[in-house]
Design a protein around this ligand. Structure first.
Ligand code: FMN
Length: 226
């Protein structure tokens, strides 16, 4: 079914397997590969085709180290929830526990990511802020997956926005939408755990069941692509 090649898994296999992987090998990303990822990102749609997104590649080890430091601040606040009973983390459902552990890993190893892409957009122009940035983010993540890389939105370093702006010279008229560490993953891609279509897609009005979706098994569709 899949029409991809070993080096390009094909659109559906890519969409169905692009997990938020947060552990990276130390291997650098060749310039040409990074360029291909960014060139795919900027093929995304934007309001009025304004394309007023901007991207900053953060690769300087000192800059990445500072971003890692800033990620500790919200992480410590988050962890305080479990301060009395750290074993509560072990009681979480498996997928939540693994995801939390991978976030924790990245909090302590962000500077090992070969690149962190900061996604910016001109403020005030669009009626749906973010609507003109996140299509490019998704293109970027899918392109990364297609090329054997992986990434995830990781906004914890934005906790020190003023310092981040100063460090990278980001002007006030640009909103900082997200940070995307990318690199070659140590973990495997896919499959993705998601609520089934029937739970989130309505037919003809909010809350109205879609008969076709109701009749589908909760899993199985993705096996067509993986
Ligand atoms: C708007 C947005 C913000 C996110 N922020 C973070 C974040 O700050 N830290 C993080 O580790 N992951 C973040 N993520 C990644 C999600 O946690 C991840 O995509 C989701 O858990 C699904 O993971 P999976 O694709 O591996 O199943 C964010 C994703 C989105 C779309």
């Amino acid at each position: 079914m899949t029409q991809g090649t070993p080096s390009d898994p094909g659109l559906f296999a890519t969409m169905y397997s692009a997990r938020a992987l947060r552990r990276f090998k130390p291997d650098p990303i060749p310039e040409e590969v990074l360029f291909q990822v960014m060139d795919a990102a900027i093929r995304a749609p934007s309001g009025q085709n304004a394309q007023d997104w901007r991207f900053v590649l953060v690769r300087d080890p000192a800059h990445k180290a500072r971003m890692q430091e800033w990620a500790q601040i919200p992480w410590q606040r988050y962890q305080a929830r479990y301060a009395d009973r750290p074993e509560e983390i072990d009681d979480l459902p498996r997928s939540q526990r693994l995801s939390l552990r991978s976030v924790e890993y990245l909090v302590h190893h962000l500077s090992d990511a070969p690149a962190i892409v900061l996604v910016l957009g001109l403020k005030g122009r669009h009626s749906t802020p973010g609507g003109s940035a996140f299509p490019a983010v998704q293109n970027l993540l899918l392109a990364a997956r297609g090329l054997g890389l992986s990434g995830s939105i990781f906004n914890l370093p934005l906790s020190r926005e003023d310092e981040l702006r100063e460090m990278l010279g980001i002007p006030e008229n640009n909103h900082i939408y997200c940070a995307l560490p990318i690199g070659y993953p140590t973990d495997r891609h896919g499959p993705l755990g998601r609520k089934p279509v029937k739970q989130v897609v309505y037919d003809g009005g909010f809350g109205k069941r879609w008969a076709f979706a109701e009749a589908q098994p909760d899993s199985g569709w993705q096996e067509r692509w993986l």
